[in-house]
Design a protein around this ligand. Structure first.
Ligand SMILES: [Zn+2]
Length: 191
């Protein structure tokens, strides 16, 4: 693990377009930072599928989110935040702060449900609730989406049409590899 001092150097090097072991490279490197903005019990935990239990869990996203925003501001880094609708409803001030800092506002499901666990009409309702919650908190109409757990594939052929109908024009889910979470091998290698 890198020390804080090492990390500062690495960030400076990345900003300058050079990375460790690549000092001689003349080509500047563009890096994109994206963040799935969810609390711990909504993510890759067994509790993600039991929202009826969420009320009893400690909220950690407020402190973590404020630290994250301060750190990004310190290093003048802009990111894209994919925000869960429930987080926007519970922490509107935090989501407003993300937008005020100039980060791109995106969507990450209303209750962090896997897209492939919903039928088409359930997803249509979910994405609209997600948009409404995030827009109300941030004042920004979100146009980009990342599926919770990257959970789209052959079982969700309707997804692109539903996203377009909801006004979403950017999807951040497709990876051209096969793994536990990413299942669209053969997808284009470029955005
Ligand atoms: Zn997530």
């Amino acid at each position: 693990m890198k020390s804080k001092a090492d990390l500062s150097g690495l960030i400076a090097a990345c900003r300058a377009g050079a990375v460790e072991g690549d000092e001689a490279s003349a080509e500047p490197v563009s890096n994109a930072l994206t963040i799935d903005f969810e609390d711990w019990y909504q993510g890759l935990t067994s509790t993600s599928r039991r929202p009826q239990e969420w009320a009893r869990f400690e909220r950690r996203i407020q402190n973590a989110g404020m630290w994250l925003l301060a750190t990004l501001a310190q290093y003048r880094v802009q990111a894209t935040f994919f925000i869960v609708g429930e987080v926007a409803r519970e922490h509107p001030d935090l989501v407003r702060a993300i937008a005020a800092q100039g980060h791109t506002i995106g969507l990450h499901g209303d209750m962090h449900r896997r897209v492939d666990s919903m039928n088409r009409s359930e997803f249509a309702a979910d994405i609209r609730a997600n948009i409404a919650a995030v827009e109300k908190a941030s004042g920004v109409v979100p146009r980009c989406f990342r599926a919770p757990c990257f959970s789209i594939g052959k079982r969700t052929p309707w997804l692109w049409e539903e996203l377009a109908e909801a006004g979403v024009s950017v999807d951040s889910r497709v990876f051209p590899i096969r793994s536990l979470l990413y299942v669209l091998p053969g997808a284009p290698l470029q955005p």
